[in-house]
Design a protein around this ligand. Structure first.
Ligand SMILES: CC(C)(COP(=O)(O)OP(=O)(O)OC[C@H]1O[C@@H](n2cnc3c(N)ncnc32)[C@H](O)[C@@H]1OP(=O)(O)O)[C@@H](O)C(=O)NCCC(=O)NCCS
Length: 211
């Protein structure tokens, strides 16, 4: 399943196809709660996971114990979501993405109790990328295709395709196509980043819609 960029791109046909797949076969553990009817074949929702009704999940995904998925969330096919992860409104996840245990996503720059923003920031995980355990992804970030986010990283800026990033704040440390042994030089400030969190924050404050 191709990751939709926005709600318009998610045609009613695609929605209907997803819904049809539900009836054919996905698995929900007796202790799991799956309120969505848009879950693809072969997907497994394990114990104490909770999927809200508006979520759309592709085929052959693995939703591990203690995962919470909100309504405005779309997952592609073969996505792994390890335990202790919450996927909040505004998140788009491409196919073959790995989300490590206790990774944290955010969708509101200045959260205040009982004050909902007019819209939540859009976070995108492009096809094939991996998010390490306990990484934190700030709102409005895009993680590029096949990129790797190291364990415990705090990602404050969008990550280009194939980059390995880690640290707080996360910086580019390598190229996932070249593997462990090869390092690329970290770019100078401002070199790499198609979208950065501070831009999104500024734009939201100015009343723009989330990216
Ligand atoms: C980011 C990652 C892919 C880098 O792997 P690598 O390229 O093999 O990197 P190395 O192990 O050779 O480490 C290179 C340097 O970066 C540091 N480093 C590696 N990962 C780091 C991380 N997540 N945060 C901070 N520093 C890190 C190492 O300490 C090392 O520093 P040094 O040169 O000063 O000793 C890997 O460390 C990682 O975090 N993988 C994710 C694991 C995970 O969360 N799995 C979830 C499923 S269990």
């Amino acid at each position: 399943m191709k990751i939709p960029r926005n709600d318009q791109e998610l045609s009613s046909c695609e929605k209907w196809n997803s819904i049809k797949e539900v009836t054919v076969g996905h698995f929900v553990h007796p202790q799991g709660i799956c309120e969505s009817h848009s879950v693809g074949n072969g997907t497994k929702v394990w114990a104490f996971a909770h999927v809200l009704p508006g979520a759309i999940i592709g085929q052959d995904c693995n939703i591990c114990d203690h995962v919470f998925i909100e309504n405005d969330v779309v997952l592609g096919d073969r996505v792994t979501v390890k335990s202790g992860v919450q996927l909040w409104d505004g998140l788009r996840v491409g196919s073959d993405v790995f989300i490590g245990p206790n990774a944290t996503f955010t969708n509101d720059f200045f959260p205040k109790s009982r004050q909902r923003p007019s819209c939540f920031a859009r976070t995108t995980l492009e096809e094939g990328c991996s998010i390490g355990a306990n990484a934190t992804i700030l709102p409005g970030i895009s993680i590029g295709r096949n990129a790797m986010v190291g364990a415990g990283s705090v990602v404050t800026r969008s990550v280009p395709p194939n980059a390995i990033v880690h640290g707080n704040p996360a910086r580019i440390r390598g190229d996932s196509r070249l593997g462990k042994a090869t390092r690329v030089k970290a770019p100078a400030k401002g070199d790499n980043l198609p979208t950065d969190a501070s831009n999104v924050r500024r734009r939201l404050a100015q009343g723009h819609k989330a990216p």
